[in-house]
Design a protein around this ligand. Structure first.
Ligand SMILES: Nc1ncnc2c1ncn2[C@@H]1O[C@H](COP(=O)(O)OP(=O)(O)OP(=O)(O)O)[C@@H](O)[C@H]1O
Ligand SMILES: [Mg+2]
Length: 403
């Protein structure tokens, strides 16, 4: 058949015409697709998903605002973090976090489904993680039993893998900066997912640390970060170490009162370790499920992570090796970093350190934690003695993201 018959030419013309008449519609469609790819949610969608941010839907209140449970029209459950207008975050910083998060994909890191910026409102939309956060189990005597040793050990390993990914395996190096029990979410199979990159920043690969203003939560922050604003992956390693010791003891470092002769959980754990009574720090509810060798190994790893000198702390890569027992004998931990303790740099344990790759930089540094700033806001400090700005939740908000 001749394609150039008048009929076909007419058809081609009308097709072309139809295409143009639908152009606007298709443009709208393209915009929708683009919006989806950029993970932008319409404010109205989030209003209806959360029943207008109904108080019954509130999951919790963080330093940057409340979090609400919601359900999208397609049935997906979501957690919407509504950033308070006084959080100090500008629109640009918010977009930064959202973009950063949307590129991060790992089994042990919570997914950001999208975000929304509507007039003064800024919202982050996360996948809803069924069992919510670790702190709700760990520090609640009625619910601690849900976390037997295997679950706690799997949480330690999963968080270690998630952090390794953020530090090393993601296409960008991300320091989380606020690793703590409330930022570890547990899914329906108890798989831990690291939440909340509100504090996360890009970490330039050509630098050993970045200087920044202190933001974090009391009880979890590394002394060099509190005192000198020195943020490196080792600050996350420190917070991870606190988390391990909290997971094993069931005690919260920032409100520790188990032993009057110890200043905090880290001090208590270290002294028991030194007296060969390591297992005494374990939560009594673990008695029936604990594997003593594994518990002892994890306590030692926790103590290695909270050492005062960041260069002695293992990287997350070494933590994974230690957990997988492919590492041989573990090093002896030196004193933990916490307020009121005076750190004097000891000689490196030996040349064949169990933390290979952690260079011996900062050799001349000594972290005296006796100044008022550090004594008020470091690892085990009580927030009430703080001379520095922190809120009732022990949180030290960032002054600015652009420093
Ligand atoms: N994706 C989620 N799925 C289920 N629950 C969540 C989710 N995100 C947050 N939550 C719940 O909401 C609570 C508040 O979260 P939010 O991150 O705002 O506060 P926070 O972690 O206590 O403090 P911070 O502001 O320092 O992170 C969490 O403790 C958690 O229980
Ligand atoms: Mg959080």
């Amino acid at each position: 058949m001749n394609n150039k018959s008048p009929k076909n030419i007419f058809q081609a013309f009308t097709k072309h015409f139809r295409f143009h008449s639908k152009k606007e519609e298709q443009g709208d469609e393209m915009e929708k697709i683009a919006a989806q790819e950029q993970k932008v949610f319409a404010f109205e969608t989030l209003v209806s998903a959360t029943k207008d941010f109904h108080p019954d839907r509130k999951l919790g209140q963080g330093g940057f605002g409340p979090v609400f449970k919601g359900k999208l029209s397609d049935g997906r459950e979501i957690a919407v973090k509504k950033l308070s207008q006084n959080s100090g975050q500008g629109k640009k910083e918010f977009m930064n976090e959202a973009k950063l998060l949307s590129r991060v994909q790992h089994r042990n890191v919570v997914s950001l489904l999208g975000y929304c910026s509507h007039e003064e409102e800024k919202l982050l939309v996360y996948e809803y993680v069924a069992n919510e956060s670790l702190d709700k189990f760990l520090f609640n005597s009625g619910r601690q039993g849900a976390l037997d040793w295997k679950r706690r050990y799997d949480i330690i390993s999963g968080v270690a893998r998630g952090l390794l990914y953020l530090h090393q395996d993601s296409h960008i190096c991300i320091i989380h900066r606020d690793i703590k029990a409330s930022n570890i979410l547990l899914d329906d199979k108890w798989i831990p997912k690291i939440a909340d990159f509100g504090m996360a920043r890009l970490y330039p690969e050509d630098q050993t640390h970045v200087n920044t203003r202190v933001a974090g939560t009391n009880g979890y922050m590394a002394p060099e970060y509190v005192m000198h604003g020195k943020l490196s992956v080792k600050a996350d390693v420190f917070s991870f170490g606190v988390l391990i010791l909290e997971l094993i003891s069931g005690q919260k470092n920032s409100t520790f009162n188990q032993d009057s002769s110890s200043q905090n959980l880290l001090d208590w754990a270290y002294h028991l370790y030194k007296k060969n009574k390591t297992l005494e720090i374990a939560d009594p509810v673990l008695a029936s499920s604990a594997d003593p060798d594994q518990v002892a190994m994890c306590i030692q790893i926790g103590l290695l992570c909270v050492q005062a000198d960041p260069s002695l702390r293992p990287t997350m890569h070494h933590v994974i090796l230690m957990l997988s027992k492919k590492h041989g004998a573990l090093n002896e931990p030196t004193r933990p970093g916490y307020p009121g303790s005076r750190y004097r740099r000891s000689r490196r344990p030996n040349a064949s350190s169990s933390t290979p790759g952690t260079s011996g930089r900062d050799d001349s540094q000594s972290y005296s934690t006796t100044n008022s700033n550090s004594a008020s806001a470091s690892a085990g400090a009580s927030a009430s003695t703080s001379g520095t700005r922190s809120d009732s939740r022990g949180k030290r908000p960032m002054e600015s993201w652009n420093n």
